[in-house]
Design a protein around this ligand. Sequence first.
Ligand code: ZN
Length: 81
Amino acid sequence: MSDCGCEKAKANLYELLRGELCAEESAPIREHLENCPGCRDEETVCIRLTEVVRRACEEERENCAPEDLRDAILRGLRVES
Ligand SMILES: [Zn+2]
């Protein structure tokens, strides 16, 4: 288990998914993922986590978007005048 590259693959998984590794670094890890179901599972979990976090960030931005706030204020002003 320890000499199959799992540790290296898992240690670099987030960087790989974020595209922070250069081709030279990511190639052996991608190759390992293709041949290691355990690390592929780990990759799937990482992808889901990354997506959940990204979606949460987007929702957060929508909820407190300056444009929305400005529109709401403008609407309020129009109603008043
Ligand atoms: Zn592995």
